[in-house]
Design a protein. Structure first.
Length: 362
């Protein structure tokens, strides 16, 4: 039987007007078929931008195994361990914003790349130092370069264990803009001078990676992981959090649109190219017109708890091998008394390390 046109009989999900999220934002679910499932016993490693911490938190709350290989000393109080950013990611590497930074993190952990910059002076301290590659990971910095070097040894060992033993690796792509050391190409999450070090335009330069560069770095990084853990399942997401600032001479919203478009194309290409590699549309869930902006805070940048709950509810509905856990009620929470009160409550519920927040022009 011939059809009048090739679209006749296709699933409702392929037609905008048929999407249930238009009438009910909480029903918005842009996920189609997935190539694998995740059980509660699978070791799940997380890395990437600030939003990746929300995913890690959601896994823990729902009884899944967020595989943490770098833990605080047993004598640390839980609140102190949180201050020192233990458990935010699988290892204490802080925000990994670009695919080049992700690749170099792996190379540094396995000893195939040793940057020239080993430490930066901490602002306001004559002796303390910070790690150029995770400048805000340690409150008040490290006492000395030697303490930082010793911490880095165990940090790299934790990364190697995470890579070698994980069942699932989740990487959240966050940015395309970064700063590069002109001497050896080392990529920093923040420009020198923002949270440590000194800005020297003869020693660092601004980079904004395009699709080809970002894809090549991501593919090399994922291939690097697979070479050391052949059975690992890979899950890619794109952070919905807009840029806090841009060094490009244009509006930050335009820079954000470009950066997210590049990363979305890169994630899609990688997921299509590699076996057992999936893309999960957390970016689309938070930013889609169907949800009408309800998932961003008063600053139009912070992702609220209800948005994270929608992301995790959708994630578990498709990827959970066991019965999907209840993440949140499908109802809109009451509005706080004021934007200030609402923001304070959200910050209390979800406190994440975001290096980019340190960037300011004042």
């Amino acid at each position: 039987m011939k059809r009048r046109n090739p679209y006749i009989g296709l699933p409702d999900r392929q037609f905008w007007k048929n999407d249930p999220g238009i009438a009910d934002p909480l029903a918005f679910d842009p996920v189609s078929e997935v190539p694998f499932k995740i059980s509660r016993t699978d070791k799940v490693v997380t890395a990437g931008s600030c939003f990746a911490q929300h995913l890690a938190h959601g896994l823990v709350k729902s009884g899944f195994n967020h595989f943490v290989t770098e833990t605080a000393h047993p004598l640390f109080e839980p609140s102190l361990a949180t201050q020192f950013n233990y458990g935010a990611f699988s290892a204490r590497y802080g925000n990994v914003y670009t695919t080049r930074q992700f690749l170099q993190l792996l190379q540094r952990a396995y000893g195939t790349f040793q940057p020239l910059a080993s430490h930066w002076p901490k602002p306001g301290s004559p002796t303390r130092v910070v790690d150029p590659f995770r400048p805000q990971i340690q409150p008040d910095g490290f006492v000395s370069p030697e303490e930082l070097a010793a911490d880095r040894v165990q940090h790299f060992a934790a990364i190697r264990r995470a890579v070698g033993e994980c069942d699932v690796m989740v990487f959240t792509l966050g940015l395309t803009e970064c700063w590069e050391d002109t001497r050896d190409g080392a990529i920093y999450p923040l420009a020198p001078g923002v949270a440590g070090g000194t800005y020297d335009p003869d020693q660092v330069r601004f980079r904004n990676f395009d699709v080809a560069e970002s894809l090549a770095d991501l593919m090399e990084a994922l291939t690097f992981v697979r070479a050391r853990n052949p059975g690992v399942r890979l899950l890619l997401t794109v952070s919905p959090v807009p840029l806090n600032a841009t060094f490009e001479d244009r509006h930050v919203f335009v820079a954000t649109a470009l950066s997210k478009a590049v990363l979305r194309v890169v994630a899609d290409n990688a997921a299509r190219s590699l076996p057992l590699c999936a893309y999960f549309p957390s970016y689309e869930i938070i930013t889609s017109p169907q949800v009408r902006g309800r998932y961003f805070g008063p600053d139009c940048r912070e992702v609220l708890a209800e948005g994270v709950a929608h992301v995790m509810r959708t994630f578990f509905a498709h990827f959970a091998k066991d019965a999907p856990p209840v993440v949140a009620e499908k109802q809109r929470p009451p509005v706080a008394a004021s934007p200030a009160d609402h923001r304070a409550e959200m910050e209390r519920l979800i406190d994440v390390l975001c290096d980019e927040e340190a960037i300011t022009n004042r």
